[in-house]
Design a protein around this ligand. Structure first.
Ligand code: GLU
Length: 504
């Protein structure tokens, strides 16, 4: 039964945060498992202890959870084929290495690191590809066992079969053939007894009944070794699916952290989280990076993506990372949120931007007047805070520099100050203190003053927001409340009077 079941895995090495390419690998493996009603396994590949970063496992899990990828088995929840962290599976790998030794499919290699380094140097000097020369391949059983018995350090290498080439099948790339002359007997177990990635990954994929191995195309070069290892053990291979790399936006090289002009491009999952990308948008966007479920549209629900997912439809071609498309798509998802949902996803961003607690932000009831206006204007959640700096200040913090922000169109400083006086008097009449009421009052005032509404509002907008760009004025005023508006207008008025004195 197990053999028929689709089981995929995401097998990151915990060396840092999750790169966008790895996140896409995880997503495709998850989509395939969910599509086929199979299982998705999380396995931590930490055999290379030198590169191990202990915080990284938590970061990986946080990234997967953020995107909404749940796993059926993994280091934190266990499962029938655990443990799911390779460093806890050393005995199993040693046991399997021993099996290969006994069947002569592998051999002990006593070559010292110094000898191997010398060999590489000589080969390079002779313009040959550096490769192990097989010096220990032909040691007799007795000699090999005797040298091991006296404690001479050794690695275990796979004995590659003599054949001209090896061919394996990739679901999206078809048959891939590699000349055996480019391969060398790979080390399976290091001299300290630790298994190398090749052995650990193959043993685990087999023991965990993985049916489809999805991973980045950079692993194609290791696939022949894995295929030969399966052969050496006499096991069936899983289906191979090597996903295309994601290139930098200019098409040059694999996507990496760097600056484009002044702009810092997000690359790791945490970067996208702090940039205020919504998980639903990211899920939709990433699904389409290398897969086109339907050329006539781009927005899909999670369920549609699960239903339509097909491995064979993944493109093998490397694709450039389309940041503009991600922003556009995120904007679309932002627009679709309910006002309440938009508020709740924005809260952590506001709390961080203005140094407040989330509870304090939650208590700012007035934000409900302006957030829907901002929701129509932003593409990412990080863009929300700059629209709201006025809301997190009090009248005493307001700075009106340059003073031009308080001067209305076709008005001078004195006239602008007079405009503020008219408005100030009017604020008492706004009952309730709501956008519609304020708007009606300001209309009437403009008529009475024989002014354009825009000219009348200019100084008030500056007084309330302290900035040139801001959300609609009446919503801002309602958000702040009557007293705060009066205090700001008073302060702005004082600044204008001082300016008028200075100018005259
Ligand atoms: N541990 C490898 C990585 O860090 C995974 C390779 C594989 O999926 O086989 O990407």
């Amino acid at each position: 039964m197990m053999a028929d079941k689709v089981r995929t895995r995401f097998a990151p090495s915990p060396t840092g945060t999750v790169h966008l390419g790895s996140l896409r690998t995880a997503l495709f493996a998850w989509l395939w498992a969910r599509h086929a009603e199979g299982d998705f396994v999380l396995r931590i590949e930490d055999t290379d202890t030198k590169r191990f970063d202990p915080d990284s496992v938590a970061g990986i899990m946080e990234g997967l959870r953020w995107l909404g990828l749940d796993w059926d088995e993994g280091p934190d929840i266990g499962g029938p084929f655990g443990p799911y962290t390779q460093s806890e599976r050393g005995a199993l790998y040693r046991d399997h290495a021993q099996r290969l030794l006994s069947s002569d499919k592998s051999y002990r290699c006593f070559c010292s690191p110094e000898r191997l380094q010398r060999l590489r140097q000589e080969q390079r000097a002779a313009k040959r590809q550096p490769q192990y020369d097989g010096a220990c391949r032909h040691l007799s059983h007795d000699e090999s066992a005797a040298r091991a018995a006296v404690g001479e350090p050794f690695t275990i290498r796979l004995r590659l079969p003599a054949q001209a080439q090896i061919t394996f099948h990739d679901v999206i790339r078809g048959d891939i053939t590699v000349a055996a002359s480019t391969l060398q007997d790979p080390i399976l177990v290091k001299s300290d007894g630790m298994a190398v990635y090749h052995l650990a990954a193959v043993v685990d994929d087999h023991r965990m009944h993985i049916s489809h191995v999805l991973r980045g195309e950079e692993w194609i070069a290791t696939a022949p070794y894995h295929v030969l290892l399966y052969e050496a053990f006499g096991w069936d291979t899983p289906a191979w699916v090597h996903l295309p790399v994601i290139l930098n936006p200019d098409g040059k090289g694999k996507m990496s952290k760097r600056h484009q002009g002044e702009r810092h491009l997000p690359v790791n999952v945490q970067d996208f989280m702090t940039a205020g990308v919504l998980p639903d948008a990211m899920f939709n966007f990433l699904s389409l990076l290398g897969w086109t479920p339907d050329a006539s549209k781009e927005l899909f629900t999670r369920q549609e993506l699960i239903d339509r997912f097909e491995l064979a439809m993944i493109s093998p071609a490397a694709a450039k990372m389309p940041y503009a498309k991600l922003e556009w798509m995120n904007g679309e998802y932002v627009r679709r949120l309910s006002s309440q949902a938009f508020r709740s996803v924005s809260t952590p961003f506001l709390a961080r931007a203005f140094g407040k607690s989330e509870t304090a932000v939650d208590q700012m009831a007035g934000l409900d007047y302006v957030l829907p206006e901002i929701q129509t204007r932003v593409k990412t959640l990080r863009e929300v805070a700059p629209w709201l700096s006025w809301a997190f200040k009090s009248a005493a913090d307001m700075e009106y520099t340059p003073i031009d922000m308080l001067i209305g169109r076709q008005l001078d400083a004195r006239q602008s100050a007079e405009t503020l006086e008219v408005c100030q008097a009017m604020l008492e009449e706004a009952v309730p203190f709501e956008p519609k009421v304020l708007q009606a009052l300001f209309r009437v005032a403009a008529q009475e003053q024989d002014m354009k509404l825009g000219s009348l509002l200019g100084p008030v907008r500056g007084a309330i927001s302290g900035a040139k760009v801001s959300p609609p004025l009446f919503e801002m005023m309602a958000a702040l409340g009557r007293r705060e508006c009066q205090a700001r207008i008073h302060r702005a008025h004082t600044a204008l009077v001082a300016e008028d004195v200075a100018r005259s």
